[in-house]
Design a protein around this ligand. Structure first.
Ligand SMILES: [Zn+2]
Length: 316
């Protein structure tokens, strides 16, 4: 069995330790075209990304899933260069972030479906690269009429292409049921879906209810322990879910980007004045030891960074 990587098919036996949700860069193309090197310089981003992902590789990571959708500045050529330079497997996404884009507003579900299924079948643009995962997102406004079309279209593609779906969601709003209902209505199997950013809430009963539906949970924002829920709380919640028997459906990641160009300035980025302290090694240096210290079986801890993401990506 293989999954689609940015350099071609990857046998699942080659995936190894996997970060399920990161970004090389989220740098909007319109901003890049409008503001040039006030916003983005390719060579600088490339060098920093290579250096940062090489540090993750030194910890044992072999595969990175880049969760950047079409309308967050997805840059296949950049990701491919980072894959070539680091030797890591990169898997790229197809789909849309949650903002209500005008070009989605005036398209039907079938037209959106045609665009997404086309790049899954024939490759993204002229790169020939096929996405290995679908991306959807909803936030504080929930499933808007535009997102309803997007979720259905992407769900249909996921069913036909046997691809997993990463759905960004705001766990504190508890709209996982709405997301899962929508996907199931177009035939998506629960185990094809990871409810992303589930680790941002401490409502374990909500999380257990979602797990009972059969999906995976993304405990995937360990890059933001100093601005959201702290490391101790995130680890405690995972330990609790493992005690309740769900350790095989939890996925760990940071949700960091080598260049996350949605806030701050390009000058700050170039000078390494970063908004968060963590990098792509935080799971290995802090999270895995903390999970073991919290009493989670070491075999289960290891599975969360390798077996679980492989099972999720290898849709059957
Ligand atoms: Zn993300």
């Amino acid at each position: 069995m293989t999954v689609h990587g940015v350099m071609g098919p990857i046998d699942v036996s080659e995936l190894g330790q996997t970060l399920i949700h990161e970004h090389v860069a989220t740098a909007d193309w319109s901003m890049r075209m409008a503001f040039g090197d006030q916003y983005y310089e390719h060579d600088v981003v490339l060098e920093k990304a290579v250096e940062q992902f090489n540090r993750a590789k030194a910890c044992g990571i072999r595969t990175v899933v880049d969760g950047t959708p079409v309308n967050m500045g997805r840059d296949i050529a950049l990701i491919r260069e980072v894959a070539e330079r680091t030797g890591l497997n990169f898997i790229v996404s197809s789909g849309f972030y949650y903002q209500d884009e005008v070009y989605l507003n005036w398209r039907t579900e079938d037209e959106i479906y045609a665009l997404i299924s086309g790049e899954c079948r024939d490759g993204i643009g002229k790169t020939g690269v096929r996405p290995g995962i679908m991306k959807t997102a909803c936030a504080d406004a929930g499933i808007t009429p535009i997102l309803d079309k997007v979720f259905r279209a992407i769900g249909r593609v996921a069913v036909e292409q046997r691809l997993p779906i990463f759905s960004h969601h705001h766990a504190h709003l508890g709209n996982g049921d709405e997301i899962m209902d929508l996907f199931e209505s177009v035939g998506v199997a629960p185990h094809q879906v990871v409810l992303g950013h589930s680790g941002d809430t401490d409502n374990t009963d909500y999380l257990e209810r979602m797990l009972e539906r059969g999906c995976y949970l993304g405990m995937d924002r360990f890059g933001y322990c100093d601005v959201g829920l702290g490391l101790k709380d995130r680890v405690r919640i995972i330990a609790e879910l493992c005690t309740r028997g769900y350790g095989d459906r939890l996925l760990l990641s940071h949700d960091l980007a080598a260049y996350f160009a949605v806030f701050g300035s390009w000058d700050d980025f170039k000078a390494d004045r970063l908004p968060v302290g963590a990098d792509f090694t935080f799971i290995h240096t802090e999270v895995l030891p903390a999970l073991e210290a919290a009493g989670v079986d070491p075999v289960q801890v290891a599975a969360m960074i390798e077996r679980n993401p492989i099972d999720f990506l290898d849709v059957r």
